[in-house]
Design a protein around this ligand. Structure first.
Ligand code: NDP
Length: 312
């Protein structure tokens, strides 16, 4: 006789995944959590988290993820450092396949696969990736201390990363494609006040320059057409994220942008027994606390489903 299907598999290891695991484990659902390629998710590339309730002095992102993992494991969560590469939601028992080809069967699946950084799509950006081009100032900024750098983007991420870089680098050249920023008022104010952040309005990147490593960037003003080359050593991209939902495209309803669709006031997807939490279905709030909240909801919805189908 084959192995019994698992009660719950959680895919993803950000705040949504670990919170789902804590709730599922405490409800005797014996969850197995697959971390994916980037255990801990986006908070692993963040420094201080100051807006998560309960930490009056803030907490470092990686520390928070370590604590969440410990809390999930303290109960009955099994954490597997593997990537789920393919799923088969024909049902009623769901099938998942790891990168190594292992087949896993589960009655319920909680998707918490999050989102990943977007790129500009330039050939030079790809060619010079990790040789001066980065999508994470907090991870890579240290390598460029004392050097000129540029950042593209105008949202809260770009603002946060520009401020971070401005503490390491003599000048941060910030390219904003419109004549205003999308970032929150407080972040914009901080960026504008910081003397060594030079904002270029209506400015887009034409090419990142350099053979082996980044040596400069050519930008153009999209109003006047004027071009200029700026010598830099580091080029940071902070233009938003894409949800990690490609493996579900044949099975689950999603928006054009790839964000998964769930029922209102619920984490239910269009497939019974499959639930979604965190940034994989949220392009509006995208916060650690909201991801954690929906992780909790997904575990409660999965528990209810297991009760309804007579598994627990
Ligand atoms: P956003 O989607 O908010 O912003 C993306 C930015 O990149 C926009 O300014 C956009 O320009 C620009 N952009 C997109 N594509 C291009 C391109 N091809 N060339 C040049 N510029 C481009 O993403 P963020 O990652 O900044 O933020 C995501 C969410 O997370 C937001 O809700 C944000 O508030 C939140 N957040 C909160 C933080 C906090 O509270 N501490 C920190 C970081 C993020 P345009 O404006 O012209 O569209």
């Amino acid at each position: 006789m084959g192995k019994e299907p698992l009660k719950t598999v959680i895919i993803g290891s950000g705040p949504a995944g670990y919170t789902a695991a804590i709730y599922a484990a405490r409800a005797n659902m014996s969850p197995v959590l697959y971390t994916g390629k980037e255990p801990g998710g986006q908070l692993m590339i963040t420094t201080d988290v100051e807006n998560f309730p309960g930490y009056p002095d803030g907490i470092m992102g990686p520390q928070m993820m370590e604590d969440l993992k410990k809390q999930a494991e303290r109960f009955d969560t099994e954490v597997k450092y593997e990537l789920i590469e393919r799923v088969d939601f024909t049902g009623p028992v769901h099938k998942l396949y790891t990168e190594a080809g292992e087949e896993i069967e589960a009655h319920t699946v909680i998707i918490s696969t999050g989102a990943s950084a977007k790129w500009l799509g330039l050939e030079s950006e790809q060619r010079l990736a990790n040789n001066g081009v980065s999508a994470c100032a907090v991870c890579d900024g240290f390598f460029y201390r004392g050097k000129e750098v540029a950042i593209v983007g105008a949202g809260d991420s770009a603002a946060e990363e520009a401020l971070y870089l401005s503490n390491l680098c003599p000048t941060v050249h910030m390219f904003v494609r419109r004549d205003e920023m999308r970032a929150s008022a407080i972040m914009q104010e901080r960026v504008k006040k910081q003397k060594n952040i030079k904002i270029y309005w209506n400015t887009e990147t034409e090419e990142i320059l350099g053979d082996e490593v980044v040596t400069g960037v050519r930008v153009f003003n999209n109003k006047t057409g004027e071009k200029q080359e700026i010598p830099i050593a580091g080029f940071f991209v902070a233009i938003g994220h894409t949800p990690n939902t490609q493996i579900f495209k044949d099975w689950l309803d999603m928006e054009e942008t790839g964000y998964l669709i769930h029922e209102p006031n619920s984490t239910k997807t269009n497939v019974p027994g499959v639930f979604v939490s965190g940034d994989a279905s949220d392009h509006v709030y995208r916060q650690a606390i909201t991801a954690a909240g929906t992780g909790c909801m997904a575990a409660l919805d999965a528990e209810r489903y297991l009760g309804e189908v007579g598994i627990i």
